[in-house]
Design a protein around this ligand. Structure first.
Ligand code: GDP
Ligand code: MG
Length: 293
């Protein structure tokens, strides 16, 4: 008899959710960035081992909405919680004992699904601090998403929390998101890596054309920013920065699709897109109904 179910991976920005998901799935799926709030949409990773299949949902940071984009992120995160058979609450162990999930997420009542706490980044703790934390939180799992330490034990425990069920996806599938989506994420991740603060959260990537029947695969992508000044920063002197971003993003996409890629990358200004509900829809962010009319 097989078991299968949905595990929502939640936590504050920078806790290591994307790193964890990438490790578990074994392929680079979810964007990883040293800057907070870089994951804007739900990403599904699928982990199948033996008779157990875990469908993992990465979530954007659970934030108090300040403007439309953050509201979209929060709505996605809450929807992810509601779908789950188990909730993995990932915390940065270097910040000390975590606040309860319901407090951090501003939930009116505790989530329906059981919560497992994982203390991540324990590779950064001295062993006395690590021991102290584990003694204070005996039911938590001490892990390092970066090194993989403790991750197998955690996955085994999560496997006992999902119900008896046929597999939800074929067992060789790692993700239900189209490659095209990941191509956009990789372009955006690459732009984030090469930019100073301020600009990154104003960058959205849209794939305008994706022709995979040919080799090299042809991809036309646009980086949208909010202001002319940001466009100038992104393009760089003599176009050097956008060429660097394009080259590096192309190599990442080639690794993902296993083929040569021609990446045609341009930058456009779409004024204040983060406050523009139509633009948010276009870039795939989920907006509550009552805000989209
Ligand atoms: P997210 O915002 O929760 O998705 O966090 P990310 O996965 O993007 O990670 C945020 C930062 O923490 C990145 O710089 C990661 O490399 C780093 N990080 C994540 N997990 C670990 C870990 O277990 N150990 C260490 N040392 N760094 C980690
Ligand atoms: Mg992330």
């Amino acid at each position: 008899m097989t078991r299968a179910g949905i595990v929502s991976v939640v936590g504050k920005p920078n806790a290591g959710k994307s790193t964890f998901l990438n490790r578990v799935v074994g392929e680079k799926l979810s964007i990883v960035s040293p800057k907070p709030q870089s994951t804007r949409d739900r990403i599904v990773g699928i982990h199948t081992r033996g008779d157990v299949q875990l469908v993992l949902l990465d979530t954007p940071g659970l934030l108090v909405p300040k403007y439309a984009l953050q509201e979209s992120m929060r709505r996605t995160a809450l929807a992810t919680l509601a779908d789950a058979d188990a909730i993995l609450y990932l915390v940065d162990a270097t910040e000390g004992p975590p606040a309860p999930l319901a407090d951090v997420a501003h939930l009116d009542r505790p989530p329906r699904a059981p919560v497992v706490v994982a203390l991540n980044k324990v590779d950064l703790l001295s062993s006395p601090r690590r021991t102290e934390l584990v003694e204070r939180l005996p039911t938590a799992y001490a892990i390092s998403a970066a090194t993989g330490s403790g991750v197998d034990q955690l996955l085994e425990h999560l496997g006992t929390m999902v119900p008896p069920s046929p597999f939800l996806y074929p067992d060789d599938e790692i993700s239900t998101q189209p490659v095209r989506f990941f191509a956009a994420e990789l372009v955006r991740e690459t732009a984030l890596e090469q930019l100073e603060d301020e600009v990154p959260y104003s960058v959205a990537c849209e794939i305008e054309e994706y022709r995979e029947a040919q080799s090299p695969v042809y991809i036309r992508a646009v980086l949208h920013v909010e202001r002319e000044s940001q466009k100038r920063i992104l393009i760089g002197a003599g176009g050097q920065r956008i060429r660097d971003i394009g080259r590096s993003a192309r190599q990442k996409i080639e690794a993902l699709v296993g083929d040569r890629v021609y990446l045609d990358l341009t930058v456009k200004v779409l004024a204040n897109w983060r406050r523009n509900v139509h633009a948010l829809h276009r870039f795939g962010y989920h907006i509550p109904e009552d805000h989209s009319s």
